[in-house]
Design a protein around this ligand. Structure first.
Ligand SMILES: C[S@@+](CC[C@H](N)C(=O)[O-])C[C@H]1O[C@@H](n2cnc3c(N)ncnc32)[C@H](O)[C@@H]1O
Length: 259
């Protein structure tokens, strides 16, 4: 069976980044704003940061590139994502990957943090959790962060239609128009196209098989927590002192909460 080497893993991650960016053209700008906020908000050159739903490590490595003294504990439950991340960046100083399901009670204890974290970051991941699982996750996150510690969550989070129907409709209308302007010829690679290609790589056969088993138990809801209000309410309920949008383009936002 062929082995997954570092070059092959990095090539898959480049293709992942292209696929993600093709559907989220402001992805790099959002990464930049998020890292600006980590720099400005933690006030130290050696912050301890948790990356929630790290995928193949795209945000973690960008954080380390800009803040080389940081320690990053990057968390995901997907065996394929983690296999790629570990093969590509497993030897990177300051970067630690943890196989942890954010829905499991006690998840933060599995990270073996040496001190309360200065920040938790996340991109395009937390909308996957059900509102109940999200609330429980934020409660536990509050206990893992130091007082004044930050959550910085970059995600596509929408206006609540039941609260503001006209704004929600206009939000959607602007998104649709922008989508047509930016992508008049459609998209280069879809989410499922990337996953189909990964599944056909013999070097990834083991993690792909593990992923199938994990998905059977994953209770996926896709966009279960895509309303901004779901996150704000859950963060307030978890005891975060402030919560709001720091950066935004359409539904694509950087949500910040202060422990
Ligand atoms: C769209 S990817 C984003 C990855 C990366 N943050 C990025 O921006 O490229 C969403 C990630 O969230 C992870 N995820 C979803 N539910 C999870 C859970 N319950 N526990 C841990 N990770 C989860 C998925 O496995 C996936 O890697």
């Amino acid at each position: 069976m062929p082995q997954l080497d570092r070059d092959a893993a990095q090539a898959w991650i480049r293709r992942w980044d292209l696929q993600q960016e093709d559907h989220l053209p402001d992805r790099e700008d959002r990464f930049t704003a998020l890292i600006d906020a980590v720099e400005a908000g933690t006030g130290r050159s050696d912050p301890l940061i948790i990356d929630l739903g790290c995928g193949p490590g795209s945000l973690s490595v960008r954080l380390l590139d800009r803040i080389p003294g940081a320690t990053i504990v990057a968390v995901d439950a997907d065996p394929v994502m983690l296999a790629l991340a570990r093969a590509a960046y497993g030897d990177r100083a300051g970067l630690h990957f943890a196989t942890v399901d954010l829905r499991s009670p006690g998840w933060s204890g599995q990270l073996n943090l040496e001190r309360p974290a200065d920040a938790a970051v996340s991109t395009t991941a937390l909308h996957w959790l059900s509102p109940e699982a999200l609330s429980a996750m934020y409660v536990e996150l509050g206990q893992a962060l130091r007082p004044g510690g930050l959550l910085l969550n970059g995600d596509q989070l929408r206006i609540d239609e039941s609260d503001s129907p006209v704004l929600a409709r206009l939000d959607e209308a602007l998104l649709n128009r922008e989508e047509k302007r930016r992508f008049p010829n459609g998209h280069a690679e879809s989410w499922s196209g990337w996953w189909d290609a990964v599944a056909a790589d013999p070097a990834l056969a083991d993690p792909v098989a593990e992923r199938e088993a994990w998905r059977d138990h994953a209770d996926h809801h896709g966009w279960a927590s895509r309303l901004l209000a779901t996150h704000i309410d859950a963060l307030r309920g978890a005891g975060f002192a402030e919560a709001g949008t720091l950066w935004q383009r359409g539904e694509n936002r950087l949500l910040c909460a202060v422990r």
